[in-house]
Design a protein around this ligand. Sequence first.
Ligand SMILES: NC(=O)c1ccc[n+]([C@@H]2O[C@H](COP(=O)([O-])OP(=O)(O)OC[C@H]3O[C@@H](n4cnc5c(N)ncnc54)[C@H](O)[C@@H]3O)[C@@H](O)[C@H]2O)c1
Length: 433
Amino acid sequence: MNYNPMRTTPAKANYSSKDVLVIFGEVFNRGYINGMIEEAQKLGMTVIESTVGRRDKDKNLRALTSEEMAQKNYHCVNIPLEAGFDLETNSSGLSPVEMLKGIKLKEWETKKLDFALIEESRKKGEERFLKYLELWAQEIEKIIPKDSNIIFAHTMAGGFPRAKIVMPAANKVFKGYDERFYSSEKFWNTDIGKLCSISFNEVTARTLKHLIDATGSLRARAESNNAKASYTAYGYHGSETLIDGNYKWQSYSPYLQGFAKLELENIAKDYFEKGINCTVYNCPEILTNSTTIFLGVEVCLYPLLDALKKEGPESEKVSKLFIECQNSLLPDQTISDLLKVTQEYVKNPIITKSYSMENWPQHNFPEHMKYMQLTSQKLINMQASKDNLMTVQLSEVIFKSCGELMFNNSFIKTQPVWWLNHDIIAKTYAAQD
Ligand SMILES: NC(=O)c1ccc[n+]([C@@H]2O[C@H](COP(=O)([O-])OP(=O)(O)OC[C@H]3O[C@@H](n4cnc5c(N)ncnc54)[C@H](O)[C@@H]3O)[C@@H](O)[C@H]2O)c1
């Protein structure tokens, strides 16, 4: 594995108002993509959003209604780009979700699935996705001027099968400790775990390949008009945070999506070698719509404050953020108290035992889950209101800085995989006006 952290800030990209940011995924409040959108908007670029579509009451995939479209802030191509196959019927007459119907909590570990049938559903889901993707590509080709530079931003991640039994099992794996602890490795080796693995790969990784393939003619058209097309994607593969004054790599576990994130990196490397400007940016842990299941992922977000202090000691912006964070604590708590807790956490052997870049992603184990969950709770309890946690502000610092770094770096083909860690993020934030 080539660990490749970005240490120097890329030069400002030469994009202009005639260029276009195309988001491959839907935009949610507080999602990572908002950082890139902000950069594109500063230059007056066109922003094109996609949608995953919605399921009607009979579970058929549909485009957005006019009311739903009216809620969209950017030009939305209304073609349902949901990836995955959990609702696709196979030759048994059932979909994977239906195959899992009626399983009791006690039975899920031993439930056997017919993977030949699952493969039929996977293929069917992929065919549907590719059919809609072709229409989507034709649509954006009509909207984008021939000589515009295009930045594609892949945001898609997910793929938990929507069967009733999956969530209670996943909740135990990601949130359980003491008698509710459940080994992520054991889960991953069950048939339901294997189904999740195929599904994560389909949604989180293979969609990048499909995007690049489907936009070949658009890319060629841009290039023949002296314009560029670049592909950016959000990855996760641990991140460096300040530990005892030095930046050190650490990782949240059990990040079962990580296997698909490795595949995402491989896809980027493959296309990069073929000459395409395609890069996965491994970004730090933040809180978004998609992270509610990964309770405890945010513990490593707080030490961003240590990094900000180090990289922006004179920055007014950083000082203001510290005041805001101090105000969100209970009156008898200080930021130093809070950072003491997170420093103890990132250094504790119970946690460091799970840091291994070579064997990433790691599975959970009982003491680690307990310590992570209790620390997460402790940090939340130090704050005055559960509705105004400082993790919201810190997440914003990260998604905005990553957006700026990715946006500027996309202008020139550099590397297929970059890590954006707390050091460069803090530097970027402190330098923003
Ligand atoms: N939040 C984090 O800590 C973190 C860290 C590193 C990387 N990332 C990555 O950033 C990207 C954006 O995630 P986010 O955390 O900002 O959350 P988000 O909820 O804002 O974005 C998730 C995206 O996935 C898409 N999506 C979900 N299910 C899909 C499906 N079945 N088919 C197609 N698209 C689907 C959504 O439309 C949305 O665009 C993801 O790739 C995520 O893995 C997140």
